[in-house]
Design a protein around this ligand. Sequence first.
Ligand code: AMP
Length: 196
Amino acid sequence: MTAARLLIIGPQGSGKGTQGVRVAEAFGIPAVSTGDVFRANVKEGTELGIKVKAIIDAGDLVPDELTGEIVRDRLAQDDAAGGFLLDGYPRNLGQVADLDAFLDARGEPLTAVIELVVPREESIQRLSLRATEQGRADDNAESIAKRLAIYESETAPILDIYRERGIVDEVDGVGSLDDVFERITAALAARGITVS
Ligand code: AMP
């Protein structure tokens, strides 16, 4: 059996947050979403939240140093010892290098990267819907466009690195929540990553 040290990646509006939580629950591992950590801090008005609010609302990336520290702290906690699912980190080449350094030092590299593939029009549609339902400050047209552009220019290239390592599973993200979840777990099972 292969440990579930997972990364889920896909454009904003691909459903990665929802699927990430579901997969993590199924495997009994923590879902670590940097976006969720930032939003919780903004909501609570912590020092970190105050620092990052304007950056997030504009759809820009929070500095790597700050983001890396949050992830390292979280992965060092006991519940992440048996595995974890990262959502939203790493998001650029610098963050991949930071994460590699941390995981290599533990001798625990990522075992699979799930790439959720969703056409651009569908992502935009889902994001607009979420804006109405959840009222997220960064789900406005300008911020959405910026985040999708950053995804294409900075985040998509990191997939090439993971592809070279042979750990990327491309999963069709269009369909019902159950269908997409089934596709993800089937791809992981093919790698020997199964629920224990
Ligand atoms: P998300 O929920 O993953 O779309 O993240 C929401 C926002 O949080 C992003 O638009 C960024 O401003 C910030 N953020 C989340 N993860 C990262 C990251 N790995 N690096 C930099 N900024 C991030």
